[in-house]
Design a protein around this ligand. Structure first.
Ligand SMILES: C[S@@+](CC[C@H](N)C(=O)[O-])C[C@H]1O[C@@H](n2cnc3c(N)ncnc32)[C@H](O)[C@@H]1O
Length: 278
């Protein structure tokens, strides 16, 4: 029999499969600055071997591959086959040859120990029901002295795009995460990601918070974009048209405080952290 966590992961994998195209178009450009900062914090150098866990459409794997050059090597892993196909095609289109992508669950890496000098995980860890296990796996595959660099969402009140939608859904009892789903804002609490890294064995942990504004023409544009995502899409299934409208209007009202001139500029905070294997 499947555990709740396994059933959740299966649902998640399917959701990311069907969202991969939209994700690449909508989210990837928004996330690039977080990835650039993460790569900087990891002190990536030419010739290094790098693992990118939950790489999605290949980030920060492709950014890292450019940095480490042809003497280096990057492996991106993900459990969504559609995401991996997109990642491989982006690598081909960019002419990047020192990167490979493989299907794998981050909580069970099918890789020998002490293989990589750097491991990245950008916006993946908070989706994993056993994130601590994924961090232990990361620790195992790093060489001594190697570093991990992760980006996770901050607290719900600081991640305004996802946070406001969640708040309104909860208020209308319409928030329906799949059974076994972890809270993906949990690493936003003060000290949470640092504690998780320390528990996995990492030392010399450094973290910083980084806010980026996502810009939308208007609330309609925002709503259409958010409802492509797995979380809102799932919650809207089965709601009456009237309740959908109420939720959409309430979200729009709450977004007004981010209006700057002709656009909505919505701030989202992430926590970036690095740690070293002894
Ligand atoms: C928000 S996307 C992040 C993708 C990319 N790293 C980025 O920053 O744009 C989350 C990714 O995590 C993957 N993922 C979630 N849980 C996973 C797991 N247990 N093992 C492997 N991949 C996982 C999903 O398939 C999805 O591609």
């Amino acid at each position: 029999m499947r555990t709740k966590a396994e059933a959740y992961k299966r649902t998640e994998q399917q959701a990311w499969d069907s969202f991969s195209r939209r994700y690449t178009k909508i989210a990837l450009p928004e996330f690039q600055p977080y990835g650039d900062r993460l790569v900087q914090m990891a002190s990536l150098r030419r010739g290094m071997w790098v693992l990118d866990v939950a790489t999605g459409p290949g980030e920060p794997a492709l950014t890292a591959a450019r940095r480490v050059g042809l003497r280096g090597l990057v492996l991106g892993i993900d459990f969504s086959p559609a995401m991996l196909r997109t990642a491989a095609s982006r690598a081909r289109q960019s002419g990047i040859r020192n990167v490979q992508f493989r299907h794998m669950d981050a909580e069970h890496l099918k890789l020998p120990g002490m293989m990589f000098e750097r491991v990245f995980c950008r916006f993946g860890l908070m989706l994993m029901p056993n994130a601590q296990k994924a961090l232990r796996e990361t620790y195992r595959v790093l060489v001594p002295g190697g570093r991990v660099a992760v980006a996770v969402w901050s607290a719900q009140s600081k991640v305004n795009t996802l946070g406001i939608v969640r708040e309104v859904l909860v208020r209308h009892r319409a928030f329906t995460p799949p059974p076994g789903a972890p809270d993906f804002f949990r690493f936003g609490k003060a000290g949470a990601i640092e504690r998780a890294l320390k528990t996995a064995g990492f030392r010399d942990i450094q973290s910083r918070r980084m806010t980026i504004e996502w810009v939308f023409a208007d609330a309609n544009n925002f709503w259409n974009s958010m409802k492509q995502g797995p979380s809102l899409k799932r919650s809207l299934v089965g709601l009456s048209p009237a309740l959908r409208r109420t939720i959409k209007e309430e979200v729009a009202r709450r977004l007004e405080r981010f209006r700057r001139g002709n656009a909505l500029r919505i701030p989202n905070e992430a926590v970036l952290a690095v740690g070293r294997k002894r």
